[in-house]
Design a protein around this ligand. Structure first.
Ligand code: EAX
Length: 325
């Protein structure tokens, strides 16, 4: 192409872009997550998108891909890096495979309770968000999946010996798997969209997830026993890419970050509601629930594993998180 011709084409493209903008052209952002649209992920994603749409006067709008319709969390993060997906609302499950610094927050029994986890992530945990751009990702904000509990089809779990020998689906997360092995579980990593079928067919005996996921994914249909082990906190993130962010004006960037903050509040609120009402609901659906788990025994079983975590992450770094008030 001659220089003149390409100039002419460029000016045509420019004129077209202006015409679209005048006609109220809209950019569609594809957002994906593994649970349903009515789950905590759907609630948070809806607020994120509504706020972005409002704040940009409709120049940006979302198309939701819930239910893992675009694959598991690892695949969706890859899609965001590649640019075939714009935003993913994902647990940290596979994130450490992309941004290794994040793995520390996946250590079992690291956070005492929701208040501890949320305040830590909103405070010192913000520093971890700065590690994403080097990996072709932008973390808009921390959000939440919840404390994970075990379900299975075989027996009630009160202490590690009860969990021992059970084949359980886990996320593709080495930190989790190492801890769960110490509980005596046989961890079987699997993408979330495969989990219901695997439970139904008995490929695995159980799985572990927060109440809002167990509820929204209807695991009560394929699992008899629920134990409130709360063995690990599962953080989540709204991830997008530099590709998306670099197209935004400074003002629009601010809109995206502010929208993510509001979304986090809504997603955590939905977790609170499910924690408050969901356990009774799951009982009504036929699950046997163990509320009093021997937490001390589960922690104790992790002693040697914690020594390994300390080697990997630094004992001081772990203690700083545990001691955060
Ligand atoms: O992020 O894979 C999992 O078990 C996650 O907890 C679920 O997809 C929600």
């Amino acid at each position: 192409m001659t220089f003149e011709k390409s100039l002419r084409l460029a000016s045509i493209a420019g004129a077209l872009a202006l015409a679209y903008a005048a006609a109220g052209a809209q950019t569609i952002l594809k957002i994906g997550y593994t649970p349903t649209q009515t789950s905590h992920y759907g609630v948070g994603s809806t607020v994120l998108c509504d706020e972005i749409e409002k704040g940009t006067q409709g120049r940006y709008k979302c198309q939701h891909f819930p239910n893992g319709s675009l694959g598991g969390e690892r695949e969706m993060i890859e899609a965001v890096q590649l640019g075939t997906l714009d935003i993913v609302n994902t647990s940290t499950g596979p994130v450490g495979n992309f941004v290794p610094e994040v793995k520390i927050v996946d250590i079992p029994f690291l956070f005492r309770d929701y208040d501890h986890a949320r305040r830590y992530l909103d405070g010192p945990g913000q520093e971890l968000l700065t590690k994403f751009p080097a990996k072709g990702l932008v973390a808009l904000a921390w959000t939440e999946n919840g404390f994970r509990h075990m379900t299975n089809s075989k027996r009630s779990i009160v202490k590690p010996e009860d969990a021992s020998g059970l084949k359980m689906r886990t996320m593709e997360n080495k930190v989790h798997m190492e801890g769960y092995r110490a509980f005596g579980i046989q961890p079987t990593p699997m993408a979330f969209p495969e989990v219901f079928g695997a439970l139904q067919q008995g490929t695995v005996d159980g799985q572990e997830n927060p109440i809002p996921v167990i509820l929204s994914s209807k695991f009560s249909q394929v699992q008899k026993h629920l134990s409130l082990t709360g063995h690990v906190y599962s953080p989540a993130l709204y991830l997008t890419s530099p590709r998306v962010m670099n197209k935004l004006s400074e003002a629009d960037k601010k809109v995206f970050y502010e929208a993510a903050k509001k979304a986090t509040v809504a997603q955590r609120q939905k977790v609170n509601e499910d924690e408050a009402n969901g356990i009774a609901q799951l009982e009504k659906e036929g699950m046997t629930v163990v509320r009093k788990v021997d937490g001390a025994a589960f922690r104790e079983s992790l002693r040697a594993t914690y020594a390994n975590y300390s080697k990997e992450f630094g004992a001081d770094n772990i203690r700083k998180i545990q001691d955060f008030k």
